[in-house]
Design a protein around this ligand. Structure first.
Ligand code: MN
Length: 295
């Protein structure tokens, strides 16, 4: 990693912070980590841009660091007084804007639920993710997808809160008002091809969401074979977590079935909430994710 330090210093002067963040985090995935099979870097970047969390990186850009604790194997012993430069300051994740009014999805999802869910629950995941990353080495330089791809089952702070941040960021986007209320085009064709029909999709997705015991999510994903499949994860786990979940894929649609997502309006009637969610899915947004996933 000694070479990268020099490149960092060169890069620092000629790229914007945002451009740096994207490029360096992508490159760091290439150079430092093996577990990038789910998403190729270019698709990953486009995907994160679409989810609105591209700019919310962990690291101030000009470092390709694999981790500050990595030993320098070059140059022999450092002489006394030869103090290495401090590690880069960590750039913290921030809560993304909801992008629409809290009552925009009413009556399917009520305003108070949206306000608490975004402003309290999601904000909490972001805050705790930053805290967890500050005390969990090994994620320096990674974007949120890279963090999920590399997190181990026992790294619960990063696992739960990194998942929480990604999952909710996507959740707000796939409900954003204004898009098509049914799939069309390539995505509709893929649903027919891989899941049978749109009705069969709705049935399977409903079932995955309804039958998730306790808290979790149901997902529509694109697998490595570029085929669609439906899965469900517990708690804040995510299909990108290839060290955690049994089947990995690129999520293009997710529903939160934690009680905090629906209890104020639907109480124990999760099925009613799932049906209401189906009514507000922005299928244009899902189609954007799908296009990136299969590109
Ligand atoms: Mn939630």
């Amino acid at each position: 990693m000694h070479v990268q330090k020099d490149r960092n210093q060169t890069d620092a002067g000629r790229r914007t912070p945002d451009a740096d963040a994207g490029l360096n985090r992508t490159n760091s995935l290439h150079s430092c980590y093996l577990h990038t099979k789910t998403l190729e870097p270019m698709r990953k970047r486009e995907f994160l841009r679409l989810t609105g969390i591209m700019g919310a990186g962990v690291v101030v850009a000009p470092f390709f660091a694999c981790g500050p604790g990595e030993p320098n194997t070059e140059g022999g012993n450092a002489s006394e007084g030869d103090v290495p430069p401090p590690p880069p300051p960590m750039k913290e994740f921030t809560l993304p804007e909801l992008g629409y009014a809290f009552d925009a999805l009413a009556p399917s999802i009520d305003a108070m639920t949206m306000e608490i869910h975004h402003g309290k629950h999601h904000a909490g995941y972001v805050r705790k993710l930053n805290a967890a990353l500050a005390e969990t080495p090994g994620f320096e330089g990674l974007d949120i997808a890279g963090i999920l791809e590399n997190v181990s089952p026992d790294q619960s702070g990063v696992r739960n809160n990194g998942g929480g941040h990604f999952n909710h960021s996507m959740f707000w986007k796939v409900m954003e008002p204004g898009g098509a209320n049914a799939p069309s085009g390539d995505l509709a064709a893929a649903i027919d091809r891989d899941l049978g029909s749109y009705d069969a999709f709705k049935e399977s997705f409903f079932s995955a969401a309804k039958s998730r015991f306790g808290s979790g999510w149901a997902w529509l994903c694109v697998g490595e074979n570029k085929k669609l499949f439906i899965m469900s994860t517990a708690n804040q786990d995510n299909p990108l977590m290839n060290k955690v979940v049994e089947q990995t894929g690129m999520p293009i649609l997710g529903i939160d079935v934690w009680e905090h997502a629906y209890y104020l309006n639907y109480q124990n009637m999760r099925g009613d909430y799932i049906n209401a969610f189906m009514e507000v899915i922005n299928w244009d947004r899902v189609a954007e994710y799908y296009a990136v996933a299969v590109s």
